[in-house]
Write a new protein. Structure first.
Lengths: 369, 416
């Protein structure tokens, strides 16, 4: 099973069959790459190493090999792991890098920017983006990139070939935003000339207020050891406490590395993340949707009035009826490694695709349903 | 003794089951297990009976049994077993059914989850100017629209009797209503393919023999059994259905001559949708397709349609197949004419109505709407039953305003 996250490494767990030859399996070791292609290419050296990675459906870093009952399972995380992991380990930015009114393209560079050598710059769309001012030192690249993305209201994707694409969140260049083509409905699903309908075998919706805050406080430690408090505007809301007072919840944050003054953009974008969230968990039979018409990070339409997934500002003609779906972003998708795909181990020492090891015949395929 | 499980038993009498077990467990809904045999006059009808029972799995169904009306009520069909391979010597097919009882009419009512908004239109009509309407089944009572100050209510005459039509609903309201299980499907929408009413989405591909209806009107294909591309819209006038035939023209001049596929998209008592698909038959074939979705709501006097063409943009026409002069209709509040209505009553005393949310060029002489170059367009076809004497709220202008105010509806049973 492979789990992809929006702007997060995600993880994979790929079990192999017990019949896999041992001499092949002993070559699968940590820090090589697991690569999954949409179709099996046999042998893989028919296509050049970099082209195969570009065409791959998924790539990750092997971090664990697990032997159980005579069979090997390969586990690891996605390519975003090269930017740092959730346990604060990774290629820490040791030498200070500072930016003054720098474009995102300038920030997302290796050597002079925040990118480690493992991730190179891909397609950076600057449309609608402001510039960034700030400095980073003793931070992981993933944290630095998140600060920049929050400040600029941008997002990014790490590709299987180890490159990073980025754009403003309202642009269509990295992820689909303006006109989604996938519609998730509880009933009456199916295809349409204009849209792909995805049946929700299980549709769970949550309205989550755990992270809700009404205000942000940022503590900025000055050179003389004193602290400067920077506070955001208070979010307008109608919630009350038990005594009828306006609900007050404040989050205290460390000052981010951005030099924006007075941190207006950064705090506004951070407050938007710390709101009441509508979350959907969708179990679907159609695994091809993820990676086909719908990728993690893309927007899609979801229409389920009983759960509140309605937005009367969006009119969509779908399968003979007018519906008013909500536009929402796919944040996480788990999908099985299914029969028909190609699965390879790319050693970290590989220089050509001839060095790749084809694991396809030995994969314990998971059900698509 | 007549048994009906949802739509099963609607057309063909199902004899009393040989076994009816009521099972009650603490903390759970009552379960009912039936087993029996059905007899059909042919294997084909037996196959239909099997399919239409299986298609209702998981659905809420109204169940009535003439031998014990205390068991009439609303159930969820949980499992079905039917074995066509083992016909008995007498031609009977055995079946087993398991139902979860929701309740009888005394403890159960229904709630329509309605979601609606104004269709974006080229006629300057705003949400406050259109007519959101909703109809429960014929015989429904205790309608609660949740609106302070009763919304406007009137009735329309269906083949099954008078159906309530509630106007001016709040788009955020989910009305509740009650109906006897024996009336649940009265005035409701249905899909028939190959002469048999279908309970679900599984139906043969016979583009010349489908029918959708709501007992106020029905829509059928032209061609007398083999699709000739035409659409026949027939309205109930109190004693019979009166046909009016329409065609659709590609590039404004070429009549769509045939539909190749028919699929059931949606099939509930409150709304049905079928999809017609045609291969463009260009050289080479199958490079493009025409798709026509026809939707009918319970209580509606018109059928809604949405046409999609996967090729390049072109012009289109929706025309009366036999020319009939028309008058342009501009509904109250509109800035432009939205529809056509026959100028004079036809031989059956009715006047056809056709319109669109889009800007169209009106052919008043022959009766047609021309659409500018596009790949998609929407339209509706209705009629003023009784022509110039059509009742208020049923007239052409009203149908325009009702067309622009659609609801999606999901019905669920709720405890009183």
């Amino acid at each position: 099973m492979i789990t992809e996250h929006y702007m997060d490494p995600g993880s994979f767990h790929v079990p192999l069959r017990a019949e896999a030859p041992y001499d092949l399996l002993e070559q699968v070791i940590e820090f090589g790459n697991l690569v999954v292609t949409p179709q099996h290419i046999n042998p893989p050296d028919l296509i050049a190493d970099d082209e195969l990675l570009t065409a791959a459906r998924y790539a990750g870093i092997v971090l664990e090999t697990e032997w159980a009952d005579g069979a090997l399972a390969i586990l690891g995380q996605g390519m975003g792991w090269y930017l740092g992991d959730s346990e604060d380990k990774g290629p820490v930015i040791e030498a200070e890098v500072s930016f003054s009114a720098a474009t995102l393209e300038t920030v997302l560079q290796t050597t002079t920017g925040v990118l480690p050598a493992a991730i190179i710059q891909g397609d950076i769309n600057l449309t609608g983006l402001n510039t960034f001012s700030g400095l980073f030192q003793w931070e992981l690249p993933i944290d630095a990139i998140r600060t920049v993305m929050t400040d600029l209201d941008a997002h990014y994707r790490i590709n299987p070939n180890g490159s990073i694409d980025a754009s403003k969140t309202t642009q269509d260049s990295v992820f689909q935003f303006t006109s989604p083509t996938v519609v998730v409905v509880r009933h009456g699903w199916g295809s349409d000339p204009t849209y792909n309908g995805v049946p929700s075998r299980r549709l769970v919706t949550r309205r989550d207020a755990y992270e809700f805050v009404t205000k942000l406080l940022v503590l900025d430690e000055l050179e003389d050891g004193t602290f400067k408090l920077i506070d955001s505007d208070t979010v307008t809301h109608s919630y009350k406490d038990i005594h009828g007072n306006a609900l007050l919840r404040t989050a205290v944050l460390s000052k981010p590395a951005t030099e924006e003054t007075p941190l207006t953009n950064y705090m506004a974008n951070e407050l938007a993340l710390l709101s009441v969230n509508d979350e959907q968990e969708i179990e679907t039979d159609q695994y091809e949707i993820s990676g086909g018409n719908l990728n993690v990070g893309d927007m899609f339409w979801i229409y389920d009035p009983p759960s509140g997934f309605v937005d009367t500002d969006n009119e969509v003609w779908f399968r003979g009826q007018t519906i008013w779906p909500k536009k929402t972003r796919l944040l996480e998708a788990s999908w099985p490694v299914a029969d028909g795909m190609g699965v390879y181990y790319r050693p970290d020492t590989a220089t050509t695709s001839a060095d790749w090891i084809d694991l396809t015949r030995y994969i314990k395929w998971e059900a698509t349903g | 003794m007549i048994l009906r499980i949802g739509r099963w038993g609607d057309e063909v009498e199902i004899e009393s089951p040989e076994s009816w077990q009521d099972i009650a467990s603490a903390g759970q809904n009552q379960m009912v297990r039936l087993s029996g045999s059905i007899a059909q006059t042919s294997l084909a009808l037996g196959q239909v009976a099997r399919t239409e029972l299986l298609e209702q799995i998981g659905m809420m169904v109204a169940v009535t049994w003439s031998a014990d009306t205390t068991r009439d009520g609303f159930y969820i069909l949980r499992s079905v077993t039917m074995d066509l391979l083992h016909l008995t010597d007498s031609g009977y097919i055995g079946f087993q059914v398991e139902l979860e009882r929701i309740g009888g009419v005394g403890q159960t009512e229904h709630q329509s989850l309605l979601t609606g908004a104004l269709i974006a239109n080229a006629h300057g009509l705003a949400a406050g100017e259109v007519q959101f309407f909703h109809s429960p089944p014929v015989g429904a009572l205790a309608y609660d629209g949740g609106k302070v100050g009763s919304p406007t209510a009137w009735t329309r005459a269906t083949e099954d009797g008078s159906i309530p039509v509630i106007l001016d609903l709040e788009t955020s309201v989910d009305p509740k209503w009650a109906v006897d299980p024996s009336n649940y499907y009265d005035g409701g929408c249905y899909v028939s393919v190959d002469g048999n009413v279908r309970a679900g989405l599984d139906a043969p591909n016979t583009p010349g023999t489908w029918e959708i209806g709501n007992k106020l009107l029905k829509v059928t294909p032209g061609g007398g059994g083999a699709s000739n591309g035409r659409i026949i819209v027939s309205h109930w006038d109190g004693t019979a259905y009166e046909d009016v035939i329409y065609n659709i023209k590609f590039a404004t001049t070429t009549v769509i001559p045939e539909w190749h596929y028919v699929s059931v998209i949606r099939n509930t008592a409150e709304v049905v949708t079928i999809r017609l698909v045609r291969d463009a038959e260009e050289a080479p074939a199958t490079t493009n397709r025409h798709v026509l979705d026809l939707t009918l709501r319970r209580g509606s006097l018109f059928v809604s349609a949405y046409y999609t063409w996967t090729g390049g943009t072109t012009t289109w026409s929706l025309d009366r197949d036999s020319t009939e002069a028309s008058t342009a209709i501009t509904p109250p509040g509109a800035s432009s004419a939205m529809a056509l209505r026959a100028t004079a009553n036809d031989g059956n005393g009715n006047r056809y109505v056709m319109g669109s949310s889009k800007t169209t060029t009106k052919d008043l002489t022959n009766g047609g709407l021309d659409f500018a170059s596009t790949k998609t367009f929407d339209f509706f076809i209705g009629a003023e039953v009784g022509g110039s004497g059509a009742a208020a709220n049923d007239q052409a202008a009203d149908q325009c305003l009702q067309y622009l105010a659609p609801f999606t509806e999901v019905v669920r049973a709720v405890r009183r």
